[in-house]
Design a protein around this ligand. Structure first.
Ligand SMILES: C[S@@+](CC[C@H](N)C(=O)[O-])C[C@H]1O[C@@H](n2cnc3c(N)ncnc32)[C@H](O)[C@@H]1O
Length: 228
């Protein structure tokens, strides 16, 4: 864990979560009930594994099924606390890992919940960090809903790529009715995400969790109920 020990840091240690970030997903889960018993959860940017712990905990008893797949640039050992055999991790770059490779990691070839807590290494240059964060967020959205759907929202220059994506059957990997969470660093890009997501999902809202450090510009977009 990094940063000044604060309430959430100490609570994470006491409750055996591997990072204080666990409390962000716990708050999201309490407020929106995104993960249900038997959900298939994709956790993008999963290191060091606190969201894997909360996600597995939220699946309920092992006999109820479900799966949690975490992907990160860093190799992640599945935490022993709160996680069980339903959790697996993959070391890869989400920006380049093929969609079908990710899809195949779910037994049902789709996920019911996609969480992106991905964050670029922060340089301190506000616009640069926000742009990199938006790129990661857009990748999560693209994976979830598919290029053909996103293509309706992109510029003409990008549409050519979308046509080829369609012919490759590049459908999203979020199941209809599924939920998507995207972390972003505050910037004007935020409104663009809002505009794209609002019509695609039954509900889209913003939350800055209580466990977010005061110095952080992070904010989460919570999209619930992907329209068929
Ligand atoms: C804030 S941490 C995630 C914390 C995690 N949710 C937890 O609770 O343990 C952000 C992670 O995003 C990962 N990340 C950033 N860019 C990525 C990419 N292109 N592909 C995969 N992971 C990425 C980083 O390696 C980092 O571990």
């Amino acid at each position: 864990m990094s940063g000044v020990p604060d309430f959430f840091y100490k609570e994470a240690q006491r409750l055996r979560y591997v990072a204080r970030s666990a409390f962000k997903l716990l708050q999201l889960q309490e407020k929106y009930r995104l993960i249900k018993q038997g959900s298939a959860v994709l956790d993008l940017g999963c290191a060091p594994g606190a969201w894997l712990q909360v996600a597995c905990q939220s699946l309920g008893p092992i006999q109820n099924g479900g799966v949690v797949v975490g992907i990160d640039l860093k190799k992640v050992k599945v935490p022993s606390d709160y996680c069980d055999g339903r959790v697996q991790t993959v070391c890869a770059d989400v920006l380049t890992l093929p969609r079908d490779h990710i899809r195949a990691l779910s037994p049902k070839k789709a996920f019911t919940v996609i969480l992106s807590d991905m964050c670029p290494p922060v340089s301190g240059i506000k616009n640069k960090d926000a742009a990199l964060s938006a790129e990661l967020g857009m990748r999560a959205l693209d994976l979830a809903v598919g290029r053909s759907v996103l293509g309706q929202n992109v510029s003409d220059s990008e549409k050519e790529t979308d046509e080829s994506a369609k012919t490759q059957g590049d459908d999203g990997i979020l199941a209809p009715g599924g939920n998507l969470v995207i972390k972003l660093l505050e910037s004007e890009n935020r409104q663009e995400f809002n505009q794209i997501c609002k019509p695609l999902f039954k509900k889209a809202s913003w939350l800055r969790p209580k466990a977010t450090r005061p110095s952080s510009r992070e904010i989460y977009l919570i999209c619930q109920g992907l329209r068929a």
